[in-house]
Design a protein. Structure first.
Ligand code: UTP
Length: 481
């Protein structure tokens, strides 16, 4: 395994850099590596921003993250319409959002770079079969929503999908196998986000193998840097898109794109807007939309004190109730401002079990958290926005995430929520969908986005189709007539 002079000098440079950062141990197994693996490892090491790692390990970024003082209030909400005035405001927002969709000023971003550890699914989460009857995958559902958007409003919005080294190749292969779901290829863009190395409890970089660092995707906030570095912002400029509609890959109930949020965002002259749902209970583990010193922010459940968590208004509603569901509208110019200089958003720490290779070269699967991952969160952009809008929506209509393999926020709860939402659209359209003793649909049904993508389009399609009769395992597709 003789090294070439070039390899020698690469190794020397790397040793110098990593030694001065106190991280030379990562080169401990280099002499054992085959030349090709050694070169690939050197590529990886050269790409690491060691200054950033050193600052994060030292905690030099504490000020950027701290934001703890100051008066906290709940963010003002555009409430779920219950009065005529609120319904009229929602209708005006819808009109404006539809105008934006018709004139092609909206692009869509699905963040799908997460590791999906809690779900424990072998492939990228977007490939999870979520259709309650058809088993259509999350990606297929979203693709069909974009076909529906194009059929309703005109142009296909540019659809960008954030991937990470963990999901990129499999996601691309899946889209290719599926013929890109028939979407125009020039309206589809995959952006691979960056990674961050993980450190142990002494701040030392962990090795996942003798020739590989332990790394993880740099958080959904890394999407803003990926938009800059992987051509997303340039593509938006090329197609004339000024506003980005952002959502997570694990929520099959999200309307794509939602003209109402887009319209509120535009009419409110907002730079970044957010959808929230009323928290289920004071201690639900969800971030809450707040204002601190006049700036919008998300306060994580662990940082909201008991008194605020339980505070109720005169109607008995939680005062701090706007739970973040990570559906946003962002102005392109705002993203450009955030990423113009520097590293983007602040990094949060997550103390996790991180498998590693020890100093003897043995792989260790820790049973307790042994190290720290660094992640950016997209909602940390909110305080930078000059104006924001926070729109309250009904959980049962718009939020059914697939996070866990079982129990809450699992495929079972998400599929059930889809069936019930489709049933509400159909009932509102005059179709008789039965209820069991618990008030639930006594089976599973599914509405393809190409049949209808919301209650209003469902009513229109049912009017066209003539009488429809419920049956368990019903799938309404665009061919239904
Ligand atoms: P979660 O924080 O729920 O993480 O991501 P996850 O990766 O899906 O699942 P766990 O925590 O490992 O079980 C919320 C959304 O943000 C995306 C995910 O793909 C999901 O859509 N995400 C998360 C990224 O795109 N990149 C990241 O680095 C992290």
């Amino acid at each position: 395994m003789a090294a070439t002079p070039a390899t020698d000098s690469r190794e020397r440079d790397l040793r110098d850099r990593y030694r001065s950062a106190g991280q030379e141990h990562v080169l401990r197994f280099v002499a054992e590596l085959e030349p090709a693996r050694r070169e690939a490892f050197f590529d990886e090491l050269e790409a690491v921003d060691l200054d950033l790692v050193t600052r994060l390990v030292r905690g030099d970024d504490a000020a950027a993250l701290a934001a703890t003082g100051g008066e906290i209030r709940p963010a003002p909400l555009v409430r779920l319409p219950s009065t005529d005035a609120e319904r009229e405001a929602a209708a005006r927002a819808r009109d404006e959002g539809e105008r934006m969709l018709r004139d092609g000023s909206v692009a869509v971003l699905t963040v799908a770079g997460g590791q999906g550890t809690r779900l424990g699914f072998d492939s990228p989460k977007g490939m999870y079969p979520i259709g309650p009857v058809s088993d259509r995958t999350l990606f297929r559902l979203f693709a069909e929503s974009l076909h529906a958007a194009a059929a309703t409003w005109g142009p296909y919005p540019l659809w960008m999908i954030l991937t990470s080294p963990a999901t990129h190749d499999a996601t691309l292969a899946y889209f290719a196998d599926e013929g890109h779901f028939g979407l125009p290829k020039d309206r589809l863009l995959f952006l691979m986000q960056g990674s961050m190395p993980a450190v142990d409890d002494d701040g030392k970089l962990l090795l996942a193998a003798k020739d590989r660092l332990a790394t993880s995707p740099n958080g959904h906030g890394g999407s803003l840097l990926a938009l800059r570095d992987r051509g997303g912002l340039a593509a938006m400029r090329d197609v004339g898109a000024t506003t980005l509609y952002y959502f997570q890959v694990d929520n099959p109930l999200v309307p794509i794109p939602d003209p109402v949020l887009l319209g509120h965002h535009r009419l409110g002259h907002a730079e970044m807007s957010t959808k929230v749902v009323p928290k289920r209970s004071p201690d639900e583990k969800v971030g809450v939309l707040c204002e601190r010193e006049g700036r919008t922010c998300v306060i994580e459940y662990s940082d909201l004190d008991e008194a605020r968590m339980n505070e109720r208004d005169a109607d008995g509603d939680l005062v701090f109730r706007g739970g973040n569901i990570a559906v946003h509208a962002l102005e392109r110019s705002f993203i450009e401002r955030i990423v113009e200089t520097g590293e983007g958003l602040p990094y949060h720490r997550a103390h996790k079990k991180i498998p590693f290779v020890d100093e003897r070269g043995n792989r260790v699967e820790p049973t307790n958290p042994n190290g720290t991952k660094f992640e950016m969160f997209v909602f940390d952009a909110l305080p930078e926005a000059r104006k924001t809008v926070t729109q309250e929506v009904a959980r049962e209509d718009e939020f059914a995430p697939v996070k866990n393999a079982h129990g809450e926020d699992s495929p079972d709860t998400s599929r059930r929520a889809l069936t019930e939402a489709y049933a509400r659209w159909l009932r509102a359209a005059g179709v008789d969908v039965p209820r069991d003793a618990d008030g639930l649909v006594p089976g599973a049904i599914e509405v393809s986005p190409r049949f209808a993508h919301d209650a209003a389009s469902c009513a229109a399609r049912v009017r066209e189709s003539g009488p429809l009769e419920y049956r368990d395992g019903w799938v309404l597709t665009h061919d239904e007539s």
